[in-house]
Design a binder for this molecule. Structure first.
Ligand SMILES: [Fe+2]
Length: 285
């Protein structure tokens, strides 16, 4: 009796999943099998190495909680999240690019008025900033009634969800653009922060001698009727890690220039503006 070949094994496994209904689920599962096989064969994966991998993924799962998502962090650090964002959006000229959402978004942020203050706690060390802009479409028409979902770190480089000393809603909020498509709020200029290194993802950063720093950013999600939803980030122009963002999210098109405020009617040290441009999409009517 001849021994089973690797190709015969792969064919047998793929055939075992043939009864899944035709569609994306079947394509994804069978595609994953083919690529996992190709990966294991390409690197000549040994049994001991496979067990190390199983142990690693187990620890990634075990450290996850309702406030920590190590799988998203792993995807971010490997550049997969950035790739999926690019593939899913296929941005057109003039449209604001998407960027990674990261693991720290919290649902149900409070609504804040236009020009309201999102910096509830005034954590020491920050630079008070007024940030504002317009949400518009590719033709330049302002989009009224767009909903922004915003979240960022405090000047101590921690999100409220990570920091028991901050108010639960510090530096996060939702805002509805006015009839001119305007958004705007007071905040603290975002600061760079390190992704969590105390879990299994920290090991990958350590062995790669990577710094683990996120380029400073404000996360923004935008939903507007008739437009493709956007999840992105905006980055201060002077961040030293602009070109070495540890999750590959930062790019030049998402830069905000922070300048000294000279308007006595604005109660902030710095001001910055950014216009978000959405693409029409009837699927989101
Ligand atoms: Fe973040």
């Amino acid at each position: 009796m001849s021994k089973r070949t690797e190709d015969e094994l792969l064919a047998e496994v793929l055939a075992a999943y043939d009864k899944i209904d035709e569609g994306r689920e079947k394509d994804i599962i069978k595609g994953a099998i083919k690529h996992i096989y190709a990966f294991a064969r390409d690197i000549d994966l040994s049994h001991d190495e496979w067990l190390v991998g199983i142990d690693f993924m187990t620890r990634v799962g075990q450290i996850c909680s309702d406030k920590r998502q190590e799988f998203i962090l792993l995807s971010d650090l490997l550049g997969l999240s950035a790739l999926v964002e690019l593939q899913d959006r296929k941005p057109v000229d003039g449209e604001t690019p998407g960027s990674v959402a990261g693991p720290f978004h919290v649902n149900g942020s409070p609504y804040i008025d236009i020009d309201g203050d999102m910096d509830l706690d005034k954590v020491p060390g920050g630079q008070r900033a007024y940030v504002s802009g317009i949400v518009r479409d590719l033709d330049g028409t302002p989009i009224a009634g767009a909903e922004l979902d915003i979240w960022q770190t405090a000047p101590n480089a921690l999100y409220a969800v990570q920091d028991g000393d901050q108010s639960e809603d510090n530096l996060r909020g939702r805002q509805i653009t006015d009839e001119n498509g305007k958004w705007g709020f007071y905040t603290a200029k975002p600061v760079p922060y390190s992704v969590p290194r105390d879990g299994p993802c920290g090991y990958i950063l350590d062995i790669a001698n990577r710094h683990g720093m996120r380029t400073a950013h404000i996360h923004v999600g935008i939903a507007a009727k008739g437009y493709k939803p956007l999840v992105t980030e905006v980055f201060p122009h002077d961040d030293p890690n602009m070109h070495t963002d540890t999750v590959f999210g930062a790019c030049a098109d998402l830069t905000m220039e922070y300048v000294e405020n000279t308007d006595p009617n604005i109660d902030a040290e710095l001001v910055s503006t950014y216009d978000f441009v959405l693409r029409k999409n009837p699927n989101y009517a």
